[in-house]
Design a protein. Structure first.
Length: 149
C-alpha cells in the first residue's frame, strides 16, 4: 500500500472525501516527524513508538580496500512496534495456519537447510556439503538405473 492508497482507505473508513483524508494523514505524519526531530517520543498505544536514536561516532573498514573510515555521530529515527500491532500481524500470518511437513515427507534434496552467514548472505560450508551430498546421491542413483537397462 502506498500513500495514495492509504489516503483512499482512510477516506472510505472515515466516510469522508479524499481531500479531507489527505489533510488528516499528512497532518499526522508531519506532527510525528516534527516531534521526533525535536527529540520527543511519540507513543501511539497499541501501534508503536516513534523516537530518535543517537548513533555514536565510530571507525569502520571499507570492505573493498580494508582502509579505516571515520563515520560521524548521527541521529536517526526509530520505530518500535506495539504489542497490539505485533499480535495482529502474528495472528494474521498465513504461515501459522499451514502445518510444517513431517521429516518423511521432505525429499532428500530439500532436507538440508539453507544456512547462510549473517554478513555476506553466502551459503555456509555445511549447507554446501549437504547440497553436494544430495547431488552425488542423485547421480549414483541415475548410474544404477542405466546399468540395469
Amino acid at each position: 500500500m502506498n500513500r495514495t492508497e492509504l489516503i483512499e482507505a482512510v477516506a472510505a473508513r472515515a466516510g469522508s472525501d479524499q481531500a479531507t483524508a489527505r489533510r488528516h494523514v499528512d497532518a499526522v505524519f508531519e506532527e510525528i516527524m516534527e516531534r521526533v526531530a525535536a527529540g520527543e517520543r511519540v507513543l501511539v498505544t497499541g501501534f508503536g513508538t516513534f523516537d530518535r536514536m543517537s548513533r555514536p561516532a565510530r571507525t569502520v573498514r571499507n570492505p573493498r580496500t580494508g582502509r579505516p573510515i571515520d563515520v560521524p555521530a548521527t541521529e536517526a529515527p526509530r520505530f518500535r512496534v506495539g504489542q497490539t500491532f505485533r499480535d495482529r500481524v502474528a495472528g494474521a500470518s498465513p504461515a501459522a495456519a499451514v502445518p510444517a511437513p513431517r521429516a518423511e515427507e521432505i525429499p532428500a534434496a530439500e532436507a538440508a537447510p539453507e544456512i547462510t552467514t549473517k554478513v555476506t548472505g553466502k551459503k555456509s560450508k555445511k549447507a554446501k556439503k549437504a547440497k553436494k551430498g544430495a547431488e552425488a546421491e542423485k547421480s549414483r542413483k541415475g548410474k544404477k538405473s542405466k546399468k540395469k537397462k
